[in-house]
Write a protein that binds this ligand. Sequence first.
Ligand SMILES: O=P(O)(O)OC[C@H]1O[C@H](OP(=O)(O)OP(=O)(O)O)[C@H](O)[C@@H]1O
Ligand SMILES: O=C(O)c1cc(=O)[nH]c(=O)[nH]1
Ligand SMILES: [Mg+2]
Length: 192
Amino acid sequence: MTEDEILSEFRSVDALLEGHFLLSSGRHSAYYLQCARLLMNPERAGRIALALTQKMPRELRNEIQAVISPAMGGLIIGHEMGRALGVDAMFVERPDGVFGLRRGFTITPGTKVLMMEDVVTTGLSSREAIAAIEAAGGHVIAAGAVVDRSAGTVDLGVPFFPLIQLNFPTYAPDELPPELAATEAVKPGSRK
Ligand SMILES: O=P(O)(O)OC[C@H]1O[C@H](OP(=O)(O)OP(=O)(O)O)[C@H](O)[C@@H]1O
Ligand SMILES: O=C(O)c1cc(=O)[nH]c(=O)[nH]1
Ligand SMILES: [Mg+2]
């Protein structure tokens, strides 16, 4: 899939939102990629996961023994990546503010894990998820995401394979441009 094809899929399901958004990191943006809308169609989600596996070298793909995603955004693409790679897909979640495995999920020590996100902006959530997976005994050998909003500048400490890289500006709360400062921000994600 080309970048244009991927962006048209976002647009075709109204998943590329324009307005004033408060992002997970606390930064603000005039754009929001609502991956849940993109992935709500199972056929499309499966196709996107397959395209993502094609971004990874075959040797790396073959090494992956489990996919683990940070909830909520990472769940659907993580599950589809598990299907595409033929391995189990689990998730970490943070009802108390810190990512951890729940629901009976366990990792055999040393299991080679793909950490799978929907969107990476600052990489904060990805780094927290990687730390949680490593703390649970997993060995994160790569990260993936549908969208890298850092335009390739983020460092997750492991090889990172996004389907598409974008560079939508983000702003600290005290440096909002006038058009954003004039409107109330909405916060689509679930980080408290
Ligand atoms: O790279 P970052 O700056 O961390 O931003 C990206 C994160 O933000 C979103 O999650 P969010 O915390 O909004 O919660 P959600 O997954 O429950 O929607 C998205 O799913 C990523 O996890
Ligand atoms: O940084 C975020 O929180 C974020 C940005 C975005 O475009 N989409 C998303 O789901 N989260
Ligand atoms: Mg998330």
